[in-house]
Design a protein around this ligand. Structure first.
Ligand SMILES: Nc1ncnc2c1ncn2[C@@H]1O[C@H](COP(=O)(O)OP(=O)(O)OP(=O)(O)O)[C@@H](O)[C@H]1O
Length: 658
């Protein structure tokens, strides 16, 4: 509940007035509900007996006065006969009951005499009009209450979604476990919606229905509080069952959310990797796996349904239990015109027909909100479960943070200073690595697969922080600068080029959102996007790239990525080459584009390709997380065994490809 309270506090902070007005409207709904039930009394007492209100008040006054007179006579007789004190006190209490009743009748009398209609039929019309107006007003306040609360709840859940999105971007850096995509998708979708739903129910229905219930219970208490207490005897048992079920509902709600996350993760994985599934003919297997995952959701959802129906039954039985107890006891009192059952006083004075009918009506009317509250339990528990999952993410500290007092970065050489790094405890990826890349220099980094080349770039971009050592630019540790200040200087074209599902033009503009159409076109031209955009696409730069750039080839995607990085006008250009996706002609075009685009910037090229090595002033050979050798192509062929091997393999591959 602690986390759901946080969500409620957020709603309160931002939408106070909506909530206040909604709560006032809810309370008015309750009052009007009780008032409508109160109309049963005049129906039973006045209309059924064919009287008007004036006749009724006269009859009431006479009945009270007679009862008081007879009671006082009985008390006098009891005192004279030296009867038991308790009997005398009990009789006196009864007289006080009638006196109280007479007092209220006398208070009402002027109103009835001045304003009430004189014929029974007109009295009936007035009661019907009161019912109609009361119900119309109740509907109006209900609409106001639900609309205002929905506004506050939905806006809060949208704001939570925005916070979650920003947090997700913040948290995706560094060595924190990232969780499954589907799980995050479930949190930002289903979980946050369940929070909104719970806020709306907690501050709406959960106040409105009890308000209705309280109004009815208050009316019942006014008529006969002792009988009401007797009716409420079933409440503790029902409350205990409710608490037990609430715990189970919360636990199961968490399981439903988690299982749903797994279904979505699996769906996304197969959705993206469908070609592999098809190519290996594993459709049956994946259908079977998906079936099992959805079965798990179904199992938990069915459990939730059973708990929900148990809560509804519990509440319904509570309502009917209250009514049954009062039916038996109240029926006995009225039929026997008694005030005691088994020697226990249950009424101040003998109850009349109208009184007991209104009492029953108010208990039945109180049972309806109790039944409705049965439905809200599941939603509130789902909201509690959802809020725990969402707020635990919102409260998480990012692994990569800006320093409290950031210093500005200046252009200059890049130093990897005795850097060691591991993604997990067991495997060291970079070990005591020292490397300097001079400002404006073009270097190529080569090395066998998995030797840590991309990791080096990840550290330079501060996607991770080194475990030991430091990365500096122009003598400043990049950890002392703002992340934005660092990354705005770097243009990245990485191995798995990610394009968004937008036009080619907009994907290029992503490098600098303020770039004009002309600047975008110029970057496209320089990066050789022009070479395919006019011949291979239907709408030129306006053509869509497809989801993750799926409508384009690997080489085309990389050229768009180069144009995008170029538009940023970076000080440092990083090009992590995905050689496997690209044929020799595309590779040539990409290298030409790269050479033209880099200009005076520092350029780091991660490649295996012999052709690309010609673009570099120096070649850095990495092996097993360390710099093994640095030099020109000719020097390295002589000095570095690793380089020699790599070069030979690539040249053979190129020959075969040609
Ligand atoms: N996010 C990660 N979590 C855990 N281990 C990782 C992660 N990324 C890379 N590694 C591991 O770190 C090592 C270095 O990976 P890196 O991507 O830096 O190699 P690389 O030299 O760029 O390889 P390639 O030439 O194949 O791209 C590999 O053993 C890899 O399995």
């Amino acid at each position: 509940m602690r986390y759901l309270n946080k969500a409620i506090w957020l709603a309160w902070r931002d939408y106070k007035w909506s909530i206040v007005l909604s709560i006032i409207s809810s309370l008015l709904v309750g009052v009007l509900w009780g008032a409508n039930v109160g109309a049963v009394y005049p129906f039973a007492e006045v209309i059924f007996k064919g009287q008007n209100l004036q006749q009724w008040i006269d009859r009431e006054t006479e009945a009270c006065e007679t009862a008081i007179r007879e009671g006082e006579a009985e008390v006098a007789a009891l005192v004279a006969a030296n009867a038991d004190d308790a009997d005398v006190a009990s009789k006196r209490q009864e007289i006080e009951g009638w006196q109280g009743r007479l007092k209220s009748v006398n208070k009402t009398r002027p109103w009835i005499e001045n304003y009430a209609p004189t014929s029974p039929f007109n009295t009936l019309l007035c009661i019907v009009a009161f019912l109609l107006v009361g119900t119309a007003l109740k509907c109006l306040f209900l609409a106001i209450s639900t609309t205002l609360m929905a506004r506050a709840a939905f806006r809060t859940s949208k704001s939570l979604q925005r916070q979650f999105f920003a947090k997700m971007l913040e948290l995706r850096l560094g060595k924190v476990p990232q969780g499954e995509t589907g799980d995050s998708a479930t949190r930002v979708g289903g979980d946050i919606n369940s929070i909104g739903n719970a806020i709306s129910i907690l501050l709406g229905k959960s106040l409105r229905e009890p308000a209705k219930m309280i109004a009815c219970v208050a009316l019942a208490a006014y008529i006969n509080w002792r009988l009401l207490l007797l009716s409420l005897l079933v409440c503790p048992i029902a409350a205990y069952l409710l608490m037990t079920l609430a715990k189970s509902i919360k636990r199961t709600s968490v399981r439903v959310l988690e299982a749903n996350g797994r279904v979505i993760s699996f769906f996304l994985q197969i959705h993206n990797g469908y070609q592999v599934v098809k190519a290996f003919g594993n459709e049956e297997l994946e259908n079977e796996r998906f079936y099992r995952k959805t079965e798990e959701v179904l199992r938990q959802q069915m459990k939730l349904e059973v708990y929900g129906s148990l809560i509804r039954s519990n509440n319904e039985l509570l309502g009917i239990g209250m009514v049954c107890l009062s039916l038996i006891a109240g029926g006995y009192l009225v039929l026997n015109q008694a005030t005691h059952i088994f020697g226990i006083r249950l009424a101040d004075k003998a109850m009349d027909f109208g009184g007991i009918m209104t009492f029953y009506a108010s208990l039945i009317a109180a049972a309806d909100p109790i039944r409705k509250l049965g439905d809200v339990f599941g939603s509130i528990q789902a909201g509690i479960a959802g809020s725990e999952r969402v707020f635990s993410i919102l409260a998480a500290e990012p692994a990569i943070k800006d320093p409290e007092n950031p210093v500005p970065l200046h252009d200059g050489d890049i130093h990897f200073n005795n850097v060691s790094f591991r993604y997990n405890e067991n495997v060291t990826v970079l070990e005591n690595l020292d490397l300097t890349i001079r400002q404006g220099e073009k270097v190529a980094i080569v090395g066998p697969n998995g030797c840590g080349k991309s990791t080096l770039i990840n550290l330079l971009l501060r996607f991770y922080d080194p475990d030991e050592g430091a990365v500096t630019i122009g003598g400043t540790n990049i950890r002392d600068a703002k992340q934005h200040d660092l990354r705005r200087r770097i243009g990245l074209v990485n191995q798995n080029t990610v394009l968004f599902n937008d036009s080619i033009e907009e994907n290029i503009r992503y490098g600098r959102l303020t770039a004009t159409d002309e600047e975008v076109a110029a970057a496209g031209k320089l990066a050789e996007v022009d070479a395919f955009v006019h011949t291979h696409t239907t709408h030129g730069y306006k053509s869509a790239c497809g989801e993750l750039g799926s409508a384009l080839s690997g080489g085309q995607r990389q050229r768009i990525a180069i144009a995008r990085a170029l538009l940023k006008n970076p000080d440092i250009f990083i090009f992590d080459e995905a050689t496997s996706q690209i044929d020799l002609e595309s590779e040539r075009q990409i290298h030409a584009a790269f050479e033209r685009c880099v200009g005076d910037s520092t350029a780091i090229l991660i490649t295996h390709r012999p052709a690309a090595l010609e673009l570099a002033d120096r070649i850095i050979v990495m092996n097993a997380g360390q710099v093994e050798a640095i030099g020109s192509h000719e020097e390295l062929l002589k000095r570095s065994r690793t380089y020699h091997e790599l070069y030979r393999e690539e040249v053979i591959q190129d020959r075969q490809a040609a």
